[in-house]
Design a protein around this ligand. Structure first.
Ligand code: PLP
Ligand code: LYS
Length: 440
């Protein structure tokens, strides 16, 4: 198993993260438990910021809060001097409750409600990333009603899709997000926003995918965005102040993954923007990015307690843990792969191949297929690494399983940042029918 950040094996042969023995964390806070290596999160934030500083560009690094959105995380992002991308009233509310500076919040989403738009305007957020013509007209109208000028970016789809080890440059883009560049809708939206008295069009945004291991997709997308900006200047006199190239930078889930460094991505992005803008005699914009997974993904480890097992001779051995698709939906949703170790037997040789099952009533509730581990006993603590992104944030109460707690660990100290849900929390929104209440 790859050990990230401050993770190490201590003298007792136990896994330690942030100077904390994880078997102690499991005993104190219970399992399943999300453990975040705070120093690693901060170093990821700083790597992007340092890379931009070296480039000479004005910039904003906006953490995509969808990857892991809690008040403690918003606070950390604020302390690191970053901006924040939210996609819903709930994420916005979390950020505001954490005291995150509203002017550094960017509001995304393909179907923002009228209530969410008012909520964001009341809070005086930095900008909206407008996704479609309906939203453009709605925002224009609401801004007029409120007699306000609203800063916007336009999300455009440049016809580039990238995932892990490949990128595809697609002719026609079939996506629910954004204004299409190739069919002219992006230019039409620029004209609308630029000419609107109520909107202040800052620039354009694109996001080409997630868990990307190559810079090439970003380079192709940026070239297309800049061609669009050249047309926008020629046809509508629009000059972009901001270029937002989204998130999607890949991380290591398993030992064989080979993500690029933040420096490599940012250098490719800044070099391309500089070259393309200069060639076209366009002024250099402020550059924004929106990393989510690459800020928190490999800083998160989930601890489970091992319970039952089932051995089917000549087929496989299932080892079950006290969580599963309720705390990590990614294997079931995307066939995502993870590594694991028995945290209290880190020095024991891995002698058996097992598959890790969750506890939900669902055959697809498998966390890992075919992993080599030391012999597992009931009560052992299983640590699954790189679960920091889209784990807690996509957790759910299937089978009325309560969501786990979250702790941040640093320099031997652990801090509870999300309490474990109780069964009472799980039923807290249920209402018994009136007749049942009368019978009580
Ligand atoms: C618009 C936008 N920005 C940023 C992100 C964050 O992506 P990632 O977590 O892959 O960095 C996403 C999610 O893919 C997104 O849709
Ligand atoms: N939730 C996805 C990524 C979605 C990115 C959001 N645009 C994942 O776990 O990989």
């Amino acid at each position: 198993m790859y050990l990230h950040g401050t993770s190490r094996v201590n003298e007792k042969g136990n896994l330690e993260i942030g100077g904390c023995d994880v078997t102690q964390l499991a005993a104190t806070y219970g399992t399943p438990l999300y453990v975040y290596d705070e120093a690693l999160i901060r170093s990821k934030c700083r790597a992007y910021i340092d890379a931009f500083r070296q480039s000479g560009f004005a910039f904003q690094v906006a953490y995509a809060s969808k990857a892991f959105c809690t008040m403690a995380m918003c606070k950390l992002v604020e302390e690191e001097g970053m901006s924040l991308d939210v996609v819903s009233g709930g994420e916005l509310y979390t950020a505001l409750q954490a005291g995150f500076p509203a002017e550094r919040i960017h509001f995304h989403g393909n179907n923002k409600s009228i209530e969410e738009i008012h909520m964001a305007l009341d809070a005086k957020i930095g900008c909206f990333v407008v996704d479609n013509f309906y939203e453009l007209a709605t925002l224009d109208e609401i801004a007029q009603e409120r007699d306000e000028k609203v800063a916007v970016l336009l999300r455009v789809t440049p016809g580039v899709e990238a995932h892990t080890h490949e990128y595809i440059s697609t002719g026609q883009v079939d996506s629910k997000f954004g204004f299409d560049v190739q069919n002219g809708q992006a230019l039409e939206a620029i004209k609308y926003a630029h000419e609107s008295k109520q909107l202040h069009l800052l620039g354009v945004h694109s996001h080409i995918g997630s868990q990307i291991f190559e810079a090439e997709g970003f380079i192709v997308a940026i070239k297309r965005l800049i061609e669009l900006l050249e047309e926008a200047r020629e046809q509508h006199g629009f000059i972009s102040e901001v270029l937002n190239v989204g998130g999607g930078f890949g991380i290591r889930y398993v030992e064989s993954d080979t993500p690029l460094t933040a420096e490599t991505y940012i250098k490719a992005i800044t070099d391309t923007v500089r070259d393309e803008m200069t060639q076209r005699q366009l002024p250099l914009p402020e550059l924004w990015i929106e990393p989510g997974r690459s800020i928190v993904g490999d800083a998160g480890t989930t601890l489970y307690r091992i319970g039952s097992h089932k051995h089917i001779p000549n087929v496989r051995k299932y080892v079950a843990v006290d969580g599963g698709m309720t705390d990590n939906l990614r294997p079931a949703l995307y066939q995502a792969v993870y590594e694991a170790a028995i945290a209290n037997k880190m020095n024991a040789p891995a002698t058996e191949q097992v598959s890790i099952a969750g506890k939900c009533c669902e055959s697809g509730d498998m966390l890992i297929w075919d992993v080599m581990l030391p012999e597992a006993d009931a009560g052992d603590i299983l640590a699954v690494t790189s679960t920091g992104a889209y784990g807690y944030s996509m957790s759910n109460n299937y089978n009325r399983i309560a969501r786990p707690a979250v702790v941040f660990v640093k320099e031997g100290e652990a801090e509870l940042v999300v309490k474990r849900e109780t069964y009472q929390d799980v039923v807290s929104h249920d209402l018994l029918p009136k007749r049942a209440q009368l019978q009580r």
